[in-house]
Design a protein around this ligand. Structure first.
Ligand SMILES: CC(C)(COP(=O)(O)OP(=O)(O)OC[C@H]1O[C@@H](n2cnc3c(N)ncnc32)[C@H](O)[C@@H]1OP(=O)(O)O)[C@@H](O)C(=O)NCCC(=O)NCCS
Length: 146
């Protein structure tokens, strides 16, 4: 049976397996157990998994900074695509954003992920050619012991 529920850290092994085996999903230090746990605690009610019985077949991470929402790692197992599961995950996330007053949401998509871009645009998401994404890594402060 297919059902959707909130993501929990108990899902971690299956999530890493899903994301590692999904094209156009880039894993980083942000996906370590400690960082995913912190993300879920900071953004309650916004990340979901979809299951076929006990098997995770899709997932999405949702977060926000109090102003704008962000969606990460939307993925559906290849064997289960085109059944509405990606949309179902997205809907759960967007409904929670609406409930907590987040009025716009962003997603980063690899520029060469044409299929992903097609999906988002078909669902009403629009590109922002007037904007460019810039990033900077934050180094941890070094503790000096005396
Ligand atoms: C993108 C992805 C999550 C879609 O999941 P899915 O379960 O197959 O999507 P759904 O079945 O819910 O499709 C919902 C709608 O989008 C359309 N759609 C799905 N994939 C599409 C694609 N590649 N191009 C255009 N439309 C697409 C469906 O036809 C459907 O349209 P409808 O509402 O008019 O019926 C899945 O293809 C995936 O995991 N891709 C790889 C990872 C990825 O690129 N994720 C996005 C990262 S930015």
């Amino acid at each position: 049976m297919i059902n959707i529920r909130l993501m929990g850290m108990g899902d971690y092994p299956q999530l890493i397996d899903l994301w590692s085996n999904t094209e156009n999903i880039g894993l980083s230090e942000a996906d370590s157990p400690v960082n995913l746990d912190a993300f879920l605690k900071r953004n309650p009610g916004l990340s979901f998994v979809i299951l076929d019985d006990d098997k995770i077949i899709g997932a999405v991470l949702g977060g926000h900074d109090g102003r704008r929402g962000a969606i990460y790692h939307l993925a559906v197992n290849r064997e289960y695509r085109n059944n509405g599961y990606g949309q179902a995950l997205l809907t759960q996330c967007m409904e929670t954003f609406a409930e907590i007053g987040i009025e716009r949401c962003h997603i980063h998509v690899y520029a060469d992920n044409q299929s992903g871009l097609d999906f988002w645009q078909k669902k009403g998401w629009f590109t922002r050619p007037e904007l460019v994404l810039l990033s900077k890594d934050i180094s941890r402060p070094v503790k000096i012991s005396r």
